[in-house]
Ligand binder design. Structure first.
Ligand code: PMP
Length: 306
């Protein structure tokens, strides 16, 4: 399988894509990234890059937070992503990882006057959480980083130390995924997922002020719930104890899809089985991300390899 990367403004075999040991971002986490699904439709022999422009819009916003300036427009980034995918021989679902970072060999701790670069790689889509069986979760002893520490609305490399600490703690304690609370003890999100509760037939999810990443799957789910199921979403502060009394609960994310949460802190969520709204959303989402639904053509960037 020929594997390629884009680095320093050129495509190259993945094995040649190397960065130096003095690269500033390696030392201080001064980069930002995104994660994009390329869904392979075997019947139509084409990829659907799902909400590609929205992912790059978010990455360019993260760049603004970090004072990273790239010589590419959103359209340029979309085009070079497709070119990268075209060079590889994947005919299966893929995960595209673009990353913008402080690339100078300079160990000064600052954002200004440090050169930037952009790289992108394509890999197969990891199975992150078991969406069929559902997951067991716990509230983490690690709190979510606050906006005034490292802004979580940016998908900033260094922020993922917070996620990794919580994920490892959860897994080493026998759970699949962690739920992080804010400094004030309200529900924020998972380590790489947003979270939704179903209470009284409505979806409830924490708003942007709760130190979440504004997930693209989160936005997709809110729209699909309204359009296809007639279920509305309330964005509001969520108490920890609401997790224990919710009828249903699930995580959303590009790599995690819609992952039902069946247990939180050793208490069953609802019946302890995948709930009806979660199951309906999983079905609708799986169909829409393949790129075949004309109602959502704005979300699709279709590409048929030779
Ligand atoms: N929160 C965090 C911290 C994440 O890393 C992710 C994954 N990108 C998400 C939420 C979900 O975002 P999206 O649906 O855009 O993948």
């Amino acid at each position: 399988m020929p594997a390629y990367a884009f680095l320093r403004n050129q495509f190259m075999p993945l094995a040649d894509a190397k960065i130096g040991v003095l690269t500033q971002a390696l030392h201080y986490g001064t980069g930002c990234f995104d994660g994009i699904r390329g869904n392979w439709d075997s019947e139509k022999s084409r990829f659907c890059l799902f909400r590609l422009k929205d992912h790059y819009k978010r990455m360019l916003e993260s760049c603004r937070i970090l004072k990273i300036s790239l010589p590419y427009s959103n359209d340029d980034l979309c085009r070079l992503t497709v070119e990268l995918l075209a060079k590889s021989a994947y005919r299966e679902d893929v995960y595209i990882r673009p990353l913008a970072y402080k690339s100078a060999a300079n160990l000064a701790i600052r954002l200004h006057d440090i050169e930037d670069d952009f790289l992108a790689v394509v890999t197969t889509l990891p199975t992150y959480l078991d969406t069929e069986k559902g997951v067991r979760s716990c509230v983490s002893s690690w709190h979510r980083v606050d906006d005034n520490m490292i802004p979580p609305r940016g998908k900033i490399c260094g922020l993922y130390v917070n996620s990794a600490l919580a994920k490892t703690e959860a897994m080493e304690n026998g759970f699949d995924e962690a739920i992080l609370l804010t400094q004030s003890g309200h529900v924020s999100e998972g380590t790489g997922q947003n979270i939704f509760l179903v209470l009284g037939g409505e979806l409830i999810t924490p708003p942007s002020s709760e130190n979440i990443l504004m997930g693209i799957t989160r936005d997709t789910v809110m729209k699909l719930a309204a359009d296809k199921l007639g279920v509305s979403t309330v964005e509001r502060q969520v108490d920890r104890s609401e997790l224990y009394v919710a009828d249903e609960c699930f995580f959303t994310g590009t790599a995690s899809d819609i992952a039902p949460i069946l247990e939180i802190d050793r208490r069953p969520v609802g019946t302890g089985k995948i709930g009806p709204i979660t199951a309906d959303l999983q079905r609708v989402y799986a169909e829409v991300i393949l790129g075949r639904n004309a109602d959502y053509s704005d979300w699709y960037y279709l590409f048929s390899p030779e």
